[in-house]
Ligand binder design. Sequence first.
Ligand SMILES: Nc1nc(=O)c2c([nH]1)NC[C@@H]1CN(c3ccc(C(=O)N[C@@H](CCC(=O)O)C(=O)O)cc3)C=[N+]21
Length: 297
Amino acid sequence: MTARIIDGKAFAAVLLENVAEHVTQLKQAHGLIPGLAVVLVGEDPASEIYVRSKAKKTVEVGMHSYEYKLPADTVEAELLALIEQLNLDPSVHGILVQLPLPEHLDEALVTNAIDPSRDVDGFHVSNAGLLATGQPAMVPCTPLGCLMMLRGYCGNLAGLHAVVIGRSNIVGKPMAQLLLKENCTVTVAHSHTRNLPDIVVAADIVVAAVGRPLFVKGQWLKTGATVIDVGINRIDQGDGTMRLVGDVDYGAAKDIAGAITPVPGGVGPMTIACLLANTVTACCRAHSLPEPARLKV
Ligand SMILES: Nc1nc(=O)c2c([nH]1)NC[C@@H]1CN(c3ccc(C(=O)N[C@@H](CCC(=O)O)C(=O)O)cc3)C=[N+]21
């Protein structure tokens, strides 16, 4: 069996088109331009590339992009003051503080300082609680993008067994909540899980978010499983050049899975598209306007 490739770039292009259409509508009907503020503390080169690509896409869909670059030694009070300023700025509908933060800054404290209605990452404790209890929330972009692709490929997910590998607040936990909401049977596996291959083999859906290159082996999979690879790992090929690989051994998995996301070009592009979709949603909610149905979960 050769797996169908779940083309994240194509999914993202469609979503971004919907976002752009909605931005045009907000502008024409209400004179509103959604604004996204991205805060980057420190000078991690990978983070800078990512922040730049977000800013570029934000402008491409017709929204305002505000970028704040703070030095690595920024004190907590300064960062909190900036967040407070953005919380009060009527032109800012979405706020994202790029993670990870430098060691001396408390990520939970900073995340929870963001106005939950502008928390387009969905990391605020109140958004996590809303999602867990099935209430309207800001949904974290990566799991949201994964769910959209799963729906696109599998249609109705009810009754399917989903195994989520990884239990981070950013991906694993919200992914499990979203899949539960879709009436999947959800298993969350992690670094302490015993006999992981025996658990993965039962899965109709595998979401790999462990952050370890090529961790999930092809022969662990049930024939025909749908595989979503959240990992983005840079590995040295031995000749000094780097290659981008996921958490799944794609080469082996593609002969057994029914469908699989590639890395790059899978989950990554959808994450950015969902961030912009969340910003439009936040803008609509801020102005008590109907939310774009095609951008909703
Ligand atoms: N507050 C916060 N929110 C985030 O959403 C967040 C964050 N912090 N910190 C960093 C991670 C990382 N992340 C990526 C999103 C898209 C790609 C992406 O589009 N990747 C391309 C490849 C890019 C390349 O070539 O490196 C792809 O997969 O096709 C990558 C990484 C969001 N993150």
